[in-house]
Design a protein around this ligand. Sequence first.
Ligand code: AOF
Ligand code: ZN
Length: 382
Amino acid sequence: MTINNDYKFIKRCFELAREGEGYVSPNPLVGAAIVKNDKIISEGYHKKYGGAHAEAAAISSANQNLFGATLYCNLEPCCHTNKQTPPCVPQIISSGIKRVVLSNLDPNPSVNGKGIQQLKDAGIEILQDILSDEGEELNRFYFKSVRTNLPYVTIKIAQSKDGMINSNKAERTRITCNESEIFVHHQRSRYDAVLVGANTINIDNPKLNVRRVKGRNPLRIVIGGNLNLNSKADVFNDELKNLTWLFTSANSDISKKELFRKKGVKVFEIESDMKLRLDLKSVLIQLHKNKITSVFVEGGAQIFNQFIEQKLFDELVILEAPILIREGIKPFPEWMSRFVGSPSEDSRGFLLRQVLQLKSVEKLGVDEKRVYRKIEQYEKTK
Ligand code: AOF
Ligand code: ZN
């Protein structure tokens, strides 16, 4: 067996794992392939939360003896009990598989190295860290969540060429093209939740669902510290209103909170400042406690500013349309917008550049998509 084959089969595991996108959270995306004589004889992936693990699915769907076979999987097989499904390691050992090739260790403290140790103790050969960067990228929501107890946060900003997200008029402005919209709907189907502030609800009345592509709807998180919110907005009244979670100040109007609760909206009370602005880190901690591993932030300007200033994000996606708005609302302060537009020598722009790294630039129809990643590592939140 050549190392090239090992790469090829691990890549196949990534493809299989991606089939579970949107359905397995808070679990990781995992794919598995069983190989004999350089040929895949069985495959499996983790299809949904609570369902069979990738390795178990591949073993159970094999229709031949696995003695001497190699198992490929992108994540270390689990060995812990007291969970929804039986551990994979004993199933691998009893199947007769003699070699396991994997991409990443499972950072879950109940596994983290113990899975491969048990396999080694049973005489199984292990090859680890194959395409581990790609594996990290694939499971970046899961890894961030397990390592820091906070969800992975992506900020998406749709802006004009002159860096504006809306005109000054208190009404919705259409900025990006059809292809960008399809991209956004794909992202909504992959992230556990989308998040917006009260102004976006009141001005845009967004549905925040998945309509342009096939996929599952995300949870819809509304930040409304002072509950200055239009209770007639779609997210509080449509057929998905049970998927709307409202985060408000512990000190906001009690009868208004009741109104939203009566509609079937889940209301969370969070610490706030004197102006009833919420502590966003506390919001993220609450989301983690409720099994949310990824959040797609869709606006508006105040929310963008707070997430960026407090460095509570991992990824920034700018969708830039070739139009000019001239007079309108900018998603962040001047110094920041110059940095994420074209490189600037501004000193704060320089600081931001140490935090952000441009990862990709791509055309989406007539728009340009720029993806930035936050370089800084997080501390674990208790
Ligand atoms: C694997 N293969 O396909 C997945 C793994 O509650 P359970 O039984 O689904 O177990 C969830 C834990 O198992 C999860 O926290 C992670 O550590 C691991 N996920 N492991 O061997 C898989 N999805
Ligand atoms: Zn498992």
